[in-house]
Structure formats: structure tokens, C-alpha cells
Design a protein around this ligand. Structure first.
Ligand SMILES: [Fe+2]
Ligand SMILES: [Fe+2]
Length: 171
């Protein structure tokens, strides 16, 4: 079974290109849930996705690289959805998977597993389910992470935006 350090190494190894991309600065300055930035949330979802695949013994059925990259890019919509913008972000929950896919396709070479997993990670809020196992894992990890982050007592403290990349979070 993979430990925390091994999981972080896997995420860094497969996700390096994404983590170091200049547009991740936008994620580092956008809040996702409570005081957690979209960047920190995406790292958490990637670590938790690897943990879930490992604990469920799915490595013979899951593409580890596609899993990590899908998780890191699932919320690559590149705006702060809390900011007022004449209502454009009102349908954020329904539309941001497609926006993330558009942005990610522009910035990275994506395979079919990555494209599908990013676009459909909000299932069942959006009606079309993921086509691949990797997409279900990312979707589950996202919901677990979002719930934890939303209910965390830290959200009631004064938020601080990260000026530099945070360390990888616990899976
Ligand atoms: Fe999302
Ligand atoms: Fe998410």
C-alpha cells in the first residue's frame, strides 16, 4: 500500500507539467471552498484519487498518469467563482467542467480519459456520467475533498491567499 510520501511523489511525477504551468497562479489566487484555494483543492483531489485507486486495488484497471492529470485539471476553469461578474458564474456548478476542459485542452495535450474525466466530474449534478473508471474516482475524490473543505472549521478564520505554491496536502 502506498504511503503519503509515495502518493505525493506520484502526483508530482505525473503532474509536474501541470503544477508548474503559469496558469496555476490563477488557481493559487482563487478560493474554491472556504479558505482552500482551487490549486490546493486540486492537489488534494489528485492525492485522494491515487489513495482511492490504491486502496481499492485498481492499478490493473486504472491509468495512473491519466488519473493524476485528470484530478489536477478537473477544476481548471481559471476564475474565482465567488467574484461578482454580472451573473456569468451563476451556473458555475453546471458549466465549469466544460470550461475546465476547454482551458486544459488549450494548455496541455490530453488523452480521451483525461478529457472525459474533466468534463464529467460534476456527475450527478450534470447528467452525463463519466465514461472511464478514472473519471468516477476523480468525481468521488472531488466530492469527499469538497465536503471536508466546506465543513472545515478553518473556513471561519480570516482567509489568506497563497503567494507561493503550497506544499502538497495530506491525501
Ligand atoms: Fe468541480
Ligand atoms: Fe473540485
Amino acid at each position: 500500500m502506498l504511503d503519503r510520501t509515495q502518493i505525493q511523489c506520484i502526483v508530482e511525477h505525473h503532474g509536474k507539467e501541470i503544477i508548474l504551468h503559469e496558469h496555476m497562479r490563477i488557481e493559487q489566487n482563487s478560493y474554491q471552498h472556504g479558505v482552500v484555494t482551487t490549486f490546493a483543492h486540486s492537489i488534494r483531489v489528485a492525492c485522494l484519487s491515487v489513495w482511492l485507486a490504491d486502496r481499492m486495488h485498481l492499478w490493473n484497471r486504472v491509468d495512473q498518469r491519466a488519473l493524476v492529470r485528470s484530478a489536477l485539471l478537473h477544476d481548471y476553469f481559471l476564475y474565482d467563482w465567488h467574484e461578482w461578474d454580472n451573473g456569468t458564474h451563476r451556473l458555475h456548478g453546471l458549466t465549469h467542467g466544460q470550461t475546465a476542459l476547454l482551458n486544459a485542452s488549450r494548455d496541455f495535450q490530453l488523452g480521451s480519459v483525461e478529457r472525459d474525466s474533466i468534463a464529467r466530474h460534476m456527475f450527478p449534478l450534470t447528467p452525463i456520467p463519466p465514461k472511464y473508471l478514472e473519471g468516477y474516482i476523480v468525481s468521488l475524490a472531488d466530492k469527499v475533498s469538497a465536503t471536508r473543505e466546506t465543513l472545515s472549521p478553518a473556513r471561519f478564520t480570516k482567509p489568506r491567499k497563497h503567494s507561493r505554491r503550497p506544499r502538497l496536502q495530506r491525501a
